[in-house]
Write a protein that binds this ligand. Structure first.
Ligand code: HEM
Length: 287
């Protein structure tokens, strides 16, 4: 066996030889590195979200809370990195945009980003490039040309999200509430959309009597942290794109800024965890 060193353990030979720029433009290394770093963080997020989902199905909300705290910290790092990319001026990007966006290449094709969306429970908020209509994510999977990718995303979309796993836990903890169980296996969650008055009623009980339900209350607040950061990630992408390419169309084939604006704004009106937002309305409406 070869000697274990810092660089052999980290596979630095492979990692640091992957910054293979397509042009000689000075700022391309920034662009490439940011994207690669984001994909590495995405990989870790997927791993952690799967762990949180397992913990929820095992009935261990404290462990899930611990893991989701880590996911949230990763989201905050991800949001912060848009500031680094924002140092890219339009003229710097113009020099290499056509080369890196050749053949329709775009962040839209990030498979891991979609997997994170599915694990978080985001299965519908996407805009058709052709009609601009809001469509289900599963219906645009076909835009990925590779059948292996299509299969991977279709399977992932059918899996329960962390919110499905949370609602399953609530169904077990509050058997009198009539919440429908959402088992880990044997069900297709492609169309899983929460917005259920019975779920709202349970969250309201939890928020009204936090001392009695402290761990579930903390879990609820952590889910809000995740959704809040998810929105901010999208808004920072949008504001970065606005300053770098203005209103020009996307290399992936969308209307560019307008497409990103629509999805970001919809995220303020169409919730991942609707009942947790309804609880906020109810508290201030005195219900
Ligand atoms: C200067 C840098 C960037 C520009 C100008 C840009 C531009 C765009 C545009 C215009 C779209 C819409 C789809 C299209 O027509 O291509 C898009 C989508 C997307 N981009 Fe970026 N982007 C940039 C950086 C990044 C980075 C660093 C990431 C991180 C991985 C990223 C991830 C995504 C994702 C995930 C989508 C799909 C969003 C959705 O469908 O809701 N982008 N980008």
């Amino acid at each position: 066996m070869s000697e274990n060193t810092y660089s052999s353990y980290l596979h630095l030979d492979t990692l640091l030889s992957a910054q293979d720029c397509a042009t000689d433009a000075d700022s391309e290394l920034l662009f490439l590195t940011i994207h690669q770093a984001k994909e590495l963080w995405f990989k870790l997020m997927i791993h952690e979200l799967e762990g949180a989902r397992r913990a929820l199905y095992a009935g261990d909300e404290l462990r899930a809370y611990k893991i989701l705290s880590r996911v949230h910290q990763i989201q905050l790092v991800q949001i912060r990195t848009w500031d680094v990319l924002s140092t890219l001026s339009p003229t710097e990007f113009q020099v290499f945009r056509e080369s890196v966006g050749r053949d329709g290449a775009s962040g839209f094709q990030s498979i891991q980003n979609r997997e994170i969306e599915f694990l978080l429970g985001e299965k519908r908020r996407i805009r058709s490039f052709d009609t601009g209509e809001s469509v289900r994510q599963v219906d645009v999977i076909a835009m990925h040309k590779d059948p292996v990718v299509q299969e991977r995303l279709t399977r992932r979309c059918a899996e329960p999200s962390i919110y499905d796993a949370t609602l399953n836990l609530l169904a077990q903890r509050f058997p009198d509430a009539g919440i429908e169980p959402r088992p880990a296996q044997g069900r297709d969650y492609t169309d899983s959309m929460a917005d259920d008055p019975r779920v709202f009623a349970v969250w309201k009980r939890i928020y009204d009597d936090q001392d009695a339900h402290m761990s579930l209350f903390q879990l609820g607040e952590r889910l809000i942290d995740l959704e809040d950061a998810f929105r901010r990630w999208r808004f920072r992408h949008l504001t970065t794109v606005a300053r770098v390419i203005g209103r020009s169309t996307g290399t992936g084939g969308s209307a560019g800024l307008r497409y990103l604006q629509q999805t970001a704004i919809e995220g303020m009106e169409d919730f991942l965890y609707p009942e947790l937002w309804q609880v906020r309305n109810a508290i201030f409406e005195g219900q």
